[in-house]
Write a protein that binds this ligand. Structure first.
Ligand code: SIN
Length: 326
């Protein structure tokens, strides 16, 4: 039950392993994501639902997240934030693209009341399901009066949306936010908020109205530079296709400080000459492209590639919105 100012927590279900069930009871690791609705997840986790409101926004494996689901989620979060009887929003989500959804919501904020996301590495009917504990932890953190913004609650830590990344596929501590991004720690005395020094997100973003009106996510692709890579993928992406809208943006996860070999530099220069926006980051988990290593024009971006793709799409939407107003 949510206690903060006697206000409610609104829970929005989207699917994921936290909503998954096993196919074969003898093999707990074979399961399908997103099978349970939020009512069944809360029942399976024995959550006391007084003081809670809940709603299914989607029931998907988060690898299938799409613009319409993000739009529905944004609408639901906005509505909940505007209500005086609501103190926090909690989203249940798959782990695989959780950092993208968290980043998107952060970028489209600010949110004066906390928007928490939680998830699980084991399905709801697993003998060692971690979803119930994460849900209970997130509900307790939702009551913390000092919290605002977007955070991922997982395995006794809360991570800020700007920094959190899924860093493991097979251990329970599957998320990390490096040294800078832990926003709260669960202690025997309860949740303790941690001081956060967040860089301002210098990102052009569309208005919520424009974002909600769009039927297409601007086409942005992500390429990782590696020792044996050739520029042929970049050249292929520049070809017009009947089956896809034209390429608008490229996120390049360069080696080390964001470097790419000369053949990539030429191919990227051609992409930019054809009007493709190129953003440069690093393939290192905690690395970023550094200006002193920059060999190709393009925008250096202080985000990991998955979040850079979301940010670049928002940037392109913002440009479209400005152009439509001109
Ligand atoms: C998903 O992201 O929906 C599947 C994987 C997970 O939740 O752990």
């Amino acid at each position: 039950m949510s206690l903060k100012n006697n206000s409610k927590t609104v829970i929005l279900g989207t699917g994921g392993t936290i909503a998954g069930t096993r196919n074969d009871p003898d093999n707990p690791n074979i399961y399908n994501s997103g099978r349970l609705g939020i009512t069944d997840i809360l029942a399976a986790a024995s959550v006391d639902v007084s003081g809670l409101e809940f709603q299914d926004v989607a029931q998907i494996d988060s690898k299938n997240i799409s613009l319409p689901v993000w739009q529905d989620l944004l609408k639901a979060v906005t509505q909940a934030q505007q209500r005086s009887d609501v103190g926090a929003v909690l989203i249940t989500h798959g782990t695989d693209t959780l950092e993208e959804t968290a980043f998107l919501l952060h970028a489209l904020g600010p949110w004066p009341k906390p928007v928490l996301l939680t998830c699980a590495m084991k399905p709801a009917d697993h003998p060692e399901a971690d979803g119930p504990g994460n849900l209970a932890d997130a509900l307790a953190l939702a009551d913390n009066p000092g919290l605002s913004g977007v955070h991922v609650v997982f395995n006794a830590k809360a991570h800020h949306a700007l920094h959190v990344q899924k860093t493991s596929t097979d251990v329970l501590q599957a998320f990390s936010s490096g040294e800078q991004g832990v926003s709260a720690l669960k202690t025997p005395a309860g949740w303790q908020l941690q001081p956060l020094l967040l860089a301002e997100l210098l990102l052009e973003k569309p208005s919520q109205t424009w974002f909600l009106q769009q039927s297409l996510w601007p086409r942005v692709e992500w390429l990782t530079h590696h020792a044996a890579s050739t520029p042929t993928l970049i050249q292929a992406l520049l070809q017009p296709l009947d089956s896809a809208p034209p390429l608008r943006g490229l996120v390049v996860a360069g080696t080390g400080a964001g470097t790419v070999k000369p053949s990539w530099q030429s191919a990227l220069q051609l992409a930019m000459a054809l009007g493709v926006e190129v953003w440069l980051t690093s393939r290192c988990t905690w690395g970023r492209a550094l200006s002193q290593a920059q060999q190709v024009a393009g925008t250096l971006v202080d985000l990991p590639p998955a979040k850079a793709c979301v940010a670049l799409s928002l940037h392109l939407m913002a440009q479209d919105e400005s152009a439509s107003a001109a």
